[in-house]
Design a protein around this ligand. Structure first.
Ligand code: GLU
Length: 441
């Protein structure tokens, strides 16, 4: 049984990178009995907003990414407090008093000497008296997790393979601010333990957090989950693009992108499998496998998304789409118009050709005569368009464009559009006759 989680901070809307992480975690947990948790990482009270929590739920729902349970970090502060006490008693947490400026200065000095900017643990060597003096001065401490330099850090990463860190090459992370508020590192570990998370899949920007958290799991007496870090999503140009950071479901929706297109693209992007317009989730799920993920950045290309979207719209069944179609449009209408649209919103432009009114086209005298002949030739049978054009071909000797275009123009007011064989029965006998008559005048 697998338990995964998606843990967004509700400090903004989801962007395409978060959506991808959510989707992959959801996909990992689609076997029977598996769980996919939505964990709202809202320990940052100042920046977390309820409207974003709601937007996250709405976006996931729109994408068809359902969660088995929702958890909120702000409701679990007592759990973090308890873990904090345990770790502190075990000597794995210590107070530190440096200001931001002091820390910045230390960093600069180390970098200036060509050394990695690792925290020097100065606070760890403060005596009881020195600490008491700081406290008496009213300097509140923040808190660091003490990495065990003797405990090697290694894991088998689901995407990156063997991963190894020397703890001495990492700074003891600050886990709690002086005002008592929590940074991400400890709450996330406590949650992953208590919520039974078995697999953590997240972006490779979290790799060094994982190294630290592996020691936290062990300090809290828990076995770590399996970890996998996927390569980051980049713009087509190969850079971490600012635009991608703000590209979310609302923008996609506005452009007429179907959730299934986003899912089909993001399920395969950055893997060795080809991106294909697969609208059937089960089909995507059977091929989903972490071992197909590459280490090179996944490149997000809008044009590719649009291609996938168009192909997915072209496959959509009437039953699945009927509530979004213009009033009165039936299955035959959808089938006639579908090949000509790249988004569902475009359907109404074409459907107008059936319901009218259509644009009037001015014809040359010989075309008017031709259309007038069409009025008398028009018969309503199984295939009125086929019958009309075959008869006119014989009677007028016209062919190709000269045969078809004036008819299309007279019947739809346009030079191009859906297949006339499908469209004419939808326009109907009376309206078709009236349009031809008007054009012939
Ligand atoms: N809230 C964290 C983030 O959005 C979660 C990271 C994680 O998956 O552990 O980066």
């Amino acid at each position: 049984m697998t338990t995964t989680r998606f843990a967004p901070s509700p400090t903004g809307r989801l962007h395409v990178g978060n959506i991808r992480t959510a989707l992959h975690n959801w996909m990992l947990a689609q076997e029977q009995g598996d769980a996919f948790l939505l964990r709202i990482d809202d320990t940052d009270a100042a920046r977390s907003k309820e409207e974003y929590v709601e937007a996250i739920r709405e976006d996931l729902t729109w994408l068809g990414i359902g969660w088995t349970r929702e958890e909120r970090q702000s409701a679990r502060l007592d759990r973090y407090e308890a873990a904090f006490d345990r770790l502190r008693e075990a000597g794995r947490i210590y107070p530190a008093y440096e200001t931001q400026q002091e820390l910045e200065l230390k960093r600069k000095v180390l970098l200036g000497r060509g050394l990695p900017p690792i925290y020097d643990r100065a606070a760890l060597s403060l005596t009881e008296e020195e600490r008491a003096a700081k406290d008496a001065e009213g300097i509140a401490s923040h808190w660091r997790f003490k990495l065990d330099h003797d405990e090697a850090i290694a894991w088998e990463d689901g995407v990156r393979g063997k991963a190894q860190f020397d703890p001495a090459q990492l700074s003891d992370p600050v886990i709690r601010r002086a005002d008592g508020s929590w940074l991400y590192m400890l709450p996330s570990t406590v949650d992953d333990i208590e919520m039974g998370v078995t697999q953590v899949l997240r972006g490779e920007d979290h790799v060094s957090n994982t190294a630290v958290q592996i020691q936290m799991f062990s300090a809290l007496g828990a076995a770590p989950p399996a970890f996998a870090h996927e390569a980051l999503l980049m713009g087509k140009e190969g850079k971490l693009s600012k635009r991608l950071g703000s590209l979310g479901c609302d923008a996609f929706r506005e452009r007429g992108i179907e959730p299934e297109a986003i899912v089909a693209l993001l399920a395969r992007l950055g893997t060795s499998l080809p991106v294909e317009p697969i609208a059937d989730r089960d089909a995507l799920l059977t091929t989903f496998d972490l071992s197909t993920f590459g280490r090179a950045p996944a490149k997000f290309d809008d044009a590719e998304l649009e291609r996938v979207n168009t192909a997915i719209v072209h496959q959509m069944a009437f039953a699945a789409i009927k509530d979004r179609l213009p009033e009165g449009m039936d299955e035959a209408g959808w089938h006639a118009v579908r090949p000509n649209v790249s988004t569902v919103a475009e359907v109404s432009e074409w459907w107008r050709l059936v319901t009218g009114p259509i644009e009037a086209v001015e014809f040359a005298p010989e075309d008017k005569a031709y259309l007038s002949e069409a009025v008398t030739t028009l018969e309503w049978g199984e295939d009125p368009w086929g019958a009309l054009t075959s008869a006119l071909k014989v009677s007028t000797g016209r062919k190709g464009k000269a045969l078809f275009l004036p008819l299309r123009q007279a019947l739809t007011g346009m030079n191009h559009g859906p297949d006339m064989g499908e469209l004419l029965p939808l326009i109907g006998k009376e309206a078709a006759k009236a349009r031809l008559q008007r054009a012939a005048q």
